[in-house]
Design a protein. Structure first.
Lengths: 313, 313
């Protein structure tokens, strides 16, 4: 009998993005790590709890959009005299890396998250990309979570290295991209980097490789997936957080984080990330359906499955 | 009942490489596309036929090494007053791209392959990286092959673009790396690039992505594999040709090139390429065993397999 679905807490940013891609531009698009994560995870997990901060410029309709997807918004704090985090990014033809045109942290720059009492017993916790000190402070407020996954990025690896190393001793899983893992570990490749990271404390390392897929290292095992083969990528913003949302959403739904659960979770992460890339911002995640997700999961399973049993014809 | 294994013809280079990698250096190491390809394929296919050219400096012991692996060397021509192709490459820490320190084409520069009469009815043919005009000239000498795969590289895409486009109208499959496919097609990503390439004529496109795996596009389907997760890469030279050797070796052994055959062939290509990276030059391919190959195929199948049936615990 499956366990009842577990609560999933995410702490991260809510933002407005201005996006320039070869497919076109979008201004003041809803963005932010916690936003992508929670709207992705909510397709799988019924109890997503969001903690973040916005300014007075954040329209109530976006709060309603969270609620409409069953996301608990009681942890979103509004700073009356502040403005919401804003990012302006520009992608080149290959859509791999965004150049930051401008960045205003605004209220997110002084974000000291307080986890509401009803959220503190969330078995699954995602610490979205942010200061490792802030991530650690969140961790001290939650009560014996079953599985905590922390994201990070090059900026924190460079500027808060010691705090980051301290943080990862206290999480179950670390998620980051391949270049970040190589930078953090000082190792020459992802496999050696993952071995290094596992020796620092976490049981699980998830490596995001964008168009090249993802890898999972845990329990002495390795699992690797290519990306879902998309012919047209409109906007890769938020793909990593949508990936994490699919991954954690599946685990929360399963109520468990065995290696077999995590393998399936990596498939859901891959599929949710692929949808996120198909339109600007969160538009495609809003327009999704459970049937579309399950259809793509089946298609993707076909893309990666091979029957080795017949070596002849 | 499986068909009897089919003959596999390869036309390409034999060389001496001087290699500099973070793991160390190797001088005058046996190399060349046809060399890696045939020594890789011979682990799977019993009838590999090699056509190439060497100088008087090519030691007879390397000819004997081919023979010892059952590779038919009667198509290797020795130019009495010439020297064998030499390449000197240097790899950076990430082992992704080699800087060419020096290159002497020597006898390979004037290579106009003549396919010996007994080789002309080879059902499986690999046109290793070389001038598209030369590749086309080879194709005119073989009689109704079942499956012809052609490799190419950035140099030919830039310098013999028209000849390359002409060539790929006449082959069953094109194999190249992801950057080359994007360059050749002018498309923004591999998936769109493969669609473009398939519209030019070939039934099959195989995309090599190095540490990120490989993709297969054919018959309206897509198959994708990550690379075998190696913690230590000593020398990636020849990995692409070893990959092609595993791929074509499996097809020749199967006597067929259905999509299911090609999926399995991609696994064998991945595994042979991973071995090739574990030591300088061909050393690891020489020291292999069938049992080691099958063991790694099984390990790799585990790395990529996921059971989606249980969504709960």
């Amino acid at each position: 009998m499956p366990l009842p679905a577990s609560s999933l807490l995410v702490v991260g940013s809510l933002a407005f993005d201005t996006l320039e891609t070869p497919s076109g531009n979008a201004e003041n698009e809803l963005g932010g790590s916690a936003t992508y994560f929670s709207h992705s995870a909510a397709w799988l997990a019924p109890k997503v709890r969001l903690v973040g901060v916005v300014g007075k410029d954040f329209p109530v309709r976006h709060i309603q959009e969270f609620k409409d997807r069953g996301i608990d918004t009681s942890g979103i704090r509004t700073v009356a005299n502040g403005k919401t985090f804003r990012w302006h990014g520009r992608y080149g033809k290959d859509l791999c890396n965004a150049e930051t045109v401008s960045l205003q942290l605004n209220v997110f720059g002084k974000f000291e998250p307080t986890i509401p009492a009803p959220f503190r017993k969330s078995p699954f916790v995602f610490l979205a990309n942010g200061s490792p000190k802030t991530q650690r402070a969140v961790l001290k407020q939650v009560e014996k979570p079953k599985f905590v996954l922390a994201d990070t990025m090059n900026f924190w690896i460079e500027t808060e290295h010691a705090a980051l190393l301290e943080l990862i001793q206290h999480v179950d899983g670390l998620i980051l991209n391949n270049a970040e893992l190589i930078q953090l570990s000082g190792q020459p490749n992802v496999v050696a980097g993952a071995r290094w990271a596992l020796a620092q404390g976490p049981r699980v390392v998830v490596v995001k490789k964008g168009e090249h897929g993802a890898m999972l290292f845990a329990d002495g095992e390795v699992f690797a997936l290519p990306a879902y083969p998309l012919e047209r990528i409109v906007d890769p913003t938020g793909a990593g957080d949508s990936f994490a949302g699919g991954f954690m959403g599946h685990l929360a739904r399963a109520g468990n984080a065995s290696f077999a659960d995590m393998k399936r979770a990596l498939v859901y992460g891959t599929v949710l990330a692929s949808f996120a890339c198909e339109d600007f911002g969160l538009r495609r995640l809003f327009a999704l359906s459970e049937a579309e997700i399950e259809k793509r999961v089946k298609e993707f399973a076909k893309v990666v499955s091979v029957d080795l049993s017949s070596k002849g014809r």
